[in-house]
Ligand binder design. Structure first.
Ligand code: ATP
Ligand code: FE
Length: 312
């Protein structure tokens, strides 16, 4: 942490005395990881006499478009938010900066885990941005789907007509097909499987998105934007599929819904989004005490509720 803090200050060309406050991720997440950041943040705040604010990690992912978008192109409440990360697959209705309704969440593996697992099972080449990005890059190579048609049988997508995500079965199908192929697994069969995986991952998202749009219409909610953020949201294949899905839904109803995605570097974990999510609290002097606890199971629906309301 001392090395990371020094490098961040050097790259920003400022001294620790120029900093007005210290923000950190208070939850959700694994207690061991959260402790590293919380301890550093508290030590810095205490040593420098600066105020401290603990942030909800998924709230920071959700607010990132307000940091990256031009002011005349911000999402207007209420809007849909799709958070696709290593630890979450969440479709939300955002009704104000601090209020979120969960429309669908994962009942087992997340989409980020599925990308990582499928990528490793297919022995994708290493990629600086990790296994998910590696699978995307492999699929994007120029090869016509028609040549792969026989190998590209669609994977089954679970939970039809239910507002929930499940990626465990999609991963299990890929692993089974790899086993069945045995020695026939080569670059071409891998490409077919990788593309079948990406298609299934996208189809699962599209189905829930269309259900969410229908349910919002039934509630007479005027939705004009959908925000997509989190590491997996840097995937251009998924962005294009969801953009087309929103366009098709818009055409059918004459009421367009625009897709808004932060740039890839701000989609995946970054400290700028944590600082940004803390801004309102710093500006209203709503600081945390140095004894503030971690909240490993904090949900977005409990953003402003006390920690006694967190899941057990
Ligand atoms: P959480 O935010 O739920 O705590 P996290 O912080 O680990 O989880 P992120 O940093 O938002 O998650 O995202 C990391 C995930 O994004 C990893 O699973 C990674 O493989 C995946 N990912 C990154 N780039 C891509 C890409 N281009 N295509 C698919 N997946 C990607
Ligand atoms: Fe994250």
């Amino acid at each position: 942490m001392p090395i990371a803090v020094k490098r961040a200050l050097a790259e920003a060309q400022c001294s620790v005395h120029d900093i007005d406050g210290i923000a950190f991720t208070r939850g959700p997440g694994m207690p061991g990881c959260l402790t590293v950041a919380a301890t550093t943040a508290k030590a810095l705040a205490a040593a420098l006499g600066k105020p401290l604010v603990g942030v909800h990690h998924m709230h920071a992912h959700a607010l990132t478009p307000f940091l990256s978008q031009p002011e005349d192109d911000l999402p207007a409440y209420p809007f849909l938010t799709l958070l696709l990360t290593g630890g979450h697959t969440l479709l939300l209705l955002a009704t104000s900066p601090n209020s979120y309704e969960i429309l669908a969440e994962s009942i087992d593996s997340t989409i980020g885990f599925a990308y990582d697992r499928a990528s490793r099972a297919l022995a994708m080449p290493p990629h600086p941005k990790g296994p998910g990005a590696s699978l995307e890059a492999f699929c994007a190579q120029p090869a016509d789907d028609s040549e792969l048609q026989d190998l590209m049988q669609p994977l089954g997508v679970p939970l039809h007509n239910r507002m929930a995500f499940s990626y465990a079965g999609i991963v299990a199908q890929i692993i089974l097909r790899i086993k069945e192929l045995g020695d026939s697994l080569n670059d071409q069969t891998k490409l077919a499987l990788a593309r079948a995986f990406q298609n299934a991952a996208a189809r699962h998202l599209e189905e829930k998105l269309l259900m969410a749009i229908m349910s919002c219409r039934k509630r007479n909610l005027d939705i004009k934007h959908m925000v997509m953020s989190g590491g997996v949201a840097s995937n251009m294949f998924l962005r294009n599929r969801l953009r087309s899905c929103l366009e098709a839904a818009s055409l059918a109803s004459q009421s367009p819904i625009k897709l808004i995605c932060p740039p890839p570097a701000l989609c995946t974990d970054n400290a700028a989004m944590i600082a940004w999510a803390s801004m309102t609290r710093f500006l209203t002097q709503d600081y945390d005490d140095l004894t503030v606890s971690l909240r490993p199971t904090w949900t977005l629906t409990n953003l402003t509720q006390p920690e006694t309301e967190d899941k057990a």
